[in-house]
Structure formats: structure tokens, C-alpha cells
Design a binder for this molecule. Structure first.
Ligand code: GDP
Ligand code: MG
Length: 295
């Protein structure tokens, strides 16, 4: 092959480097107690993203009422290692007076950016230098009504510093019509309140992205169901919730949208979430800090 340099071999080099180094992905879950956050985190780890894994834990109090619990699993598939860390925020929105309840979480995210800026390693989680959270999964109660003031206030503020993926919790408590209607109302409400959730139109990189992301935008928030139990269905083990009327299979797209959420976070948009976090949210923070220190 005359004039052939072999540039495409660089792809193989990149693949091998990534495989050796592995990569990290951090998710934060926020929502009031009892909405199924812990259960959904377990579902995520038990579902097909992870079969082989080990757990690392840490806890930290970030305010009087909000606590952080972090679970990491190292997931290995076909020789590729991923460290998936989920930070849970028990206590959020559980007070009688929830004024400023977003504050500890906003502060936490900013502190993580600050650490990164100063070159510190991430909190106790193994020493590698990584950003706080690549996305925040925000749990909405399946009320069938509208967004509540606490949801609006939280997402408005957090949406400026982290990618927010809202979900409808315990979607098995809504009928299919209620679910569709609720989803539509929430999308209207998000728009009316100027809340920016992931994936944002402004960050679509090309027409192909736009088509893919438009489909997601038309379908959010995902109506999810969580479980930590497995059941036998037609001779197969499935993750599900057993009710008097049958088994709700959480990974079955006909039953709920858990798989859509998992696929968005892990299979289709992981790298984009990391890039948006780094290039937009962290960069905004960094520029603001630079301006402050130049005053
Ligand atoms: P957290 O306080 O947000 O962490 O909520 P938990 O995960 O502890 O769940 C609270 C209760 O809701 C538990 O009894 C769960 O079994 C139940 N639960 C969790 N996910 C679901 C769900 O998707 N549907 C229903 N119906 N119940 C759920
Ligand atoms: Mg919990």
C-alpha cells in the first residue's frame, strides 16, 4: 500500500490504553426519603451492568440533615474495567421546613470542583483524581400532578452546576395513561420554569446527536421501578417486584423505563456526561473562581 501510514492503528492504541487504565463514572442520587433511591441504586448494580464486582464504601456528613453515602463497584466486562460510584444523599428534603435544602448539595458539588481545581484526590474513594458527579439523578414522587416547589428549586439550582436526569420514582403506582400524562406535565413544567436537564439542546454536537437526543428529550423523565429481588419468569431469573397481580419486571421496557435510564447513563451517554461535566460545568466553575481571584 503506497503512501499508507496506518493512522487507524491509533484507535487500537486508545482502546488498549483505556482497557489498561479503566475508567470511572460517578452518579449522585437525590430525592426525598422513601422514593426508592437506595433500591434503584441496588437495581443498577444488580442489573446487567454488573455481574462481577467489589464494593468500597464511605460515609460523610455534609450538613446537619443531609448525609452522603457512597458505594463503588468495579465492574469488568470483556476486559474493560469501570469503577461506578453512586453517591446517595439521605435526608434531602425530609425537614418540615425545606427552605434552602439544596444548599448542602450545591456546596458539596462546588467543593468537589474546588478539590479538583487544587489537584486534590477525590474523597476517600481510592485516591485517583476525579470529578465529583458526572450526573445527578433526581427522584420525583409519582404524584401525577405537577412539579412541587422543592423540585423546581432544587433542579433550577443544581442544573447550573451538574447534569440533571430527572426520573419518576415508583412508576408502578401509576397507570399507563397517568404515567404518560404526568411525564408530559413535567416536561411542560421544566420548560416553564427554565430548568435545564440533561441532555441539553445547546450541547448537541451534530445533527446525528440531535436526532438521538431529541428522542430522549421527548421521553424524559423516565418512569422507573426499582427492586433488589430476583424472580423466576418463564424459567429465567429476572429483577422484579412481585405483586398480587403479577411480576413487574424492571428490565422489561414494556413494564417500565429503568432500562432506558441505565442505557442512557451507562451505554449511550457515559462519555458525553463526563465531557459535559468537565468542559461545561467544571469549566464554568473554574472561570468563575479565576475571576473572583482577579478581583
Ligand atoms: P430511599 O429512602 O429513597 O432510599 O427509598 P428505599 O429504596 O429505601 O425504598 C423505600 C421503600 O419503597 C421500600 O419499602 C422499597 O421496597 C420501596 N420501593 C423502592 N422502589 C420501589 C418501586 O419502584 N416501586 C414500589 N412500589 N416500591 C418501591
Ligand atoms: Mg435510602
Amino acid at each position: 500500500l503506497f503512501g499508507y501510514v496506518g493512522i487507524e492503528a491509533v484507535l487500537e492504541q486508545m482502546r488498549r490504553k483505556t482497557m489498561k487504565a479503566g475508567f470511572e463514572f460517578n452518579i449522585m442520587v437525590v430525592g426525598q426519603s422513601g422514593l426508592g433511591k437506595s433500591t434503584l441504586v441496588n437495581t443498577l448494580f444488580k442489573s446487567k451492568v454488573s455481574r462481577k464486582s467489589c464494593t468500597l464504601n464511605y460515609e460523610e456528613k455534609i450538613s446537619k440533615t443531609v448525609q452522603l453515602q457512597s458505594v463503588s463497584h468495579v465492574i469488568e466486562e470483556k476486559g474493560v474495567k469501570m469503577k461506578l460510584t453512586v453517591v446517595d444523599t439521605p435526608g434531602f428534603g425530609d425537614q418540615i421546613n425545606n427552605d434552602n435544602c439544596w444548599e448542602p448539595i450545591v456546596n458539596y458539588v462546588n467543593e468537589q470542583y474546588e478539590r479538583y481545581l487544587k489537584g486534590y484526590t477525590s474523597t476517600g474513594s481510592g485516591g485517583s483524581q476525579t470529578l465529583a458527579s458526572h450526573c445527578c439523578v433526581y427522584f420525583l414522587p409519582a404524584t401525577g400532578h405537577w412539579l412541587r416547589p422543592i423540585d423546581v428549586e432544587f433542579m433550577k439550582r443544581l442544573g447550573k452546576i451538574v447534569s440533571i436526569v430527572p426520573v419518576i420514582a415508583k412508576a408502578d403506582t401509576l397507570t399507563m395513561e397517568e404515567r404518560l400524562e404526568f411525564k408530559q406535565r413535567i416536561r411542560q413544567d421544566l420548560k416553564a420554569n427554565g430548568i435545564r436537564v440533561y441532555p441539553q439542546k445547546e450541547y448537541d454536537e451534530d445533527p446525528e446527536d440531535r436526532i438521538l437526543n431529541d428522542k430522549i428529550r421527548e421521553n424524559i423523565p423516565f418512569a422507573v421501578v426499582g427492586t433488589d429481588k430476583e424472580h423466576q419468569v418463564n424459567g429465567n431469573k429476572v429483577l422484579g417486584r412481585k405483586t398480587k397481580w403479577g411480576i413487574i419486571e424492571v428490565e422489561n421496557m414494556a413494564h417500565c423505563e429503568f432500562a432506558n435510564l441505565r442505557d442512557l447513563l451507562i451505554r449511550s451517554h457515559l462519555q458525553d456526561l463526563k465531557e459535559v461535566t468537565h468542559n461545561i460545568h467544571y469549566e464554568t466553575f473554574r472561570v468563575r473562581r479565576l475571576n473572583e481571584s482577579n478581583l
